[in-house]
Design a protein around this ligand. Structure first.
Ligand SMILES: C[S@@+](CC[C@H](N)C(=O)[O-])C[C@H]1O[C@@H](n2cnc3c(N)ncnc32)[C@H](O)[C@@H]1O
Length: 392
């Protein structure tokens, strides 16, 4: 089953590196998920042993193996390295222990005593007792075993705290699922020689349970109806005419089509959110989709361009004449629907003409120790620094 899981991850293009494949073949994933059926344990898209809090939210899981493969590939962990994993489960730490080998070292830290206990037990069962398992709030890193060649964050982070940078070697890399502009992107940051700025070598789609403790962040949810809402990050100052938007939701929408292929929606989403005016994420419950109030694309959240009492978001339709077999379009509601649709469609066409590829964004993180006065283009200011996204 381990071999079959690795074969699937290779076929999906998620494992290209032989050391990641060898580690996934070697580590018994089921040792870290006692009680879970084996077929489930060795699927590539399934999280295991979820821990749910009193409000019904997931606070911990052993991540799906396809996410772990992506993270390990982004991290480029090598034999002999010293690695810190933030957020434990045991399995991923065991994979890293396989890769770094006897000359390397792995530390994993979790804020939750139950998770630390479970991770230790799994590592013991599977024979990876050399991994240091630490109970702490990772906002402050783990100074005891620093400096690290790699810091792999497996929990959704709002920011990059100074301790992580202090505990990273000069040529170290941080792989972190970072939240900004209402979305999360899994980003591999390297230091820029001679500068405190971090530069993303690569980024991918990836979502994780949110960070707890000192680095925890909140979101703003602005309900338009009980089933439809706009979501903003905690540092956004956007405001909306909610009664006008509620009214617009029930007016006949306008649809416009771009002729551009619908493909790589995560890349288009990143472009829409970081290239022009600030856009909230439009979310809806299944009921609103079923009642035809919003298009199904809204179910998982989609950027919306809001102008007064009108708004627009992207949709797709089948079109065999495009490269992907689907075409991107826009649906808009409200008195200014035509104009808002035209504005969003123009943004989509620019992306399709200039940035229709993976990795087109240039992402940098500027810690507060860096001079951020010259930052031009899209950026967002966080607690410990600013994140900038440029479209060169
Ligand atoms: C997705 S799970 C980690 C999965 C794990 N890396 C694996 O083997 O797949 C995220 C973990 O982050 C932990 N966490 C949340 N906030 C934290 C913090 N401030 N410091 C350390 N751990 C934290 C949660 O308790 C949870 O167990």
């Amino acid at each position: 089953m381990r071999q079959a899981m690795v074969n699937r991850l290779r076929e999906e293009g998620l494992i290209n590196c032989d050391s990641v494949a060898a580690a996934m073949r070697a580590v018994p994933r089921h040792d870290f998920a006692p009680g879970e059926p084996l077929e489930k344990v060795y699927r590539t898209d399934t999280t295991l042993v979820p821990k749910i809090d009193a409000q019904g939210r997931q606070t911990s899981v052993v991540s799906a193996s396809h996410i772990q493969a992506i993270q390990l590939e982004l991290a480029e962990v090598r034999p002999g390295m010293n690695v810190l994993e933030i957020g434990s489960g045991g399995y991923n730490a065991a994979l890293m222990a396989e890769i770094v080998g006897p000359t390397g070292s792995v530390t994993t830290v979790d804020i939750d005593a139950d998770v630390v206990h479970r991770a230790r037990a799994g590592l013991h069962r599977a024979g990876y007792e050399q991994v240091n398992v630490v109970l702490a709030d990772a906002e402050h890193g783990v100074a005891q075993y620093a400096p690290y060649n790699r810091i792999i964050v497996t929990v959704g982070a709002w920011d990059i705290p100074p301790a992580w940078l202090d505990q990273l070697t000069p040529d170290g890399r941080i792989v972190v699922p970072l939240r900004f502009a209402g979305i999360t992107r899994l980003i591999a940051f390297d230091r820029t020689p001679g500068s405190p700025v971090l530069t993303a070598g690569n980024y991918r789609l990836g979502s994780f349970v949110p960070m707890q403790g000192d680095g925890a962040a909140s979101e703003q949810l602005i309900p338009v109806t009980p089933d439809v809402g706009l979501r903003l990050d905690q540092n956004s100052a956007l405001t909306f005419d909610v009664p006008a938007l509620r009214k617009a939701l029930h007016t006949k929408p306008v649809e416009s089509w771009s002729g551009a292929p619908f493909d790589m929606p995560d890349e288009l989403e990143l472009y829409l959110l970081t290239s022009g005016p600030e856009l909230p994420m439009l979310h809806a419950a299944q009921a609103a989709v079923e009642q035809g109030v919003v298009n199904p694309t809204v179910r998982n959240g989609t950027p919306a361009l809001v102008r007064g009492g009108s708004f627009a978001y992207r949709i797709k339709r089948e079109n065999p004449q495009t490269a992907s077999g689907y075409e991107t379009g826009v649906i808009a509601h409200g008195p200014e629907a035509e104009q808002v649709a035209g504005e969003l469609l123009a943004m989509i066409c620019t992306w399709a003409d200039c940035y229709y590829r993976r990795g087109a964004a240039h992402i940098t993180y500027h810690p507060n120790t860096a001079d951020t006065s010259g930052l031009i283009g899209w950026h967002t200011t966080k607690r410990h620094g600013a994140l900038a996204v440029a479209w060169p």
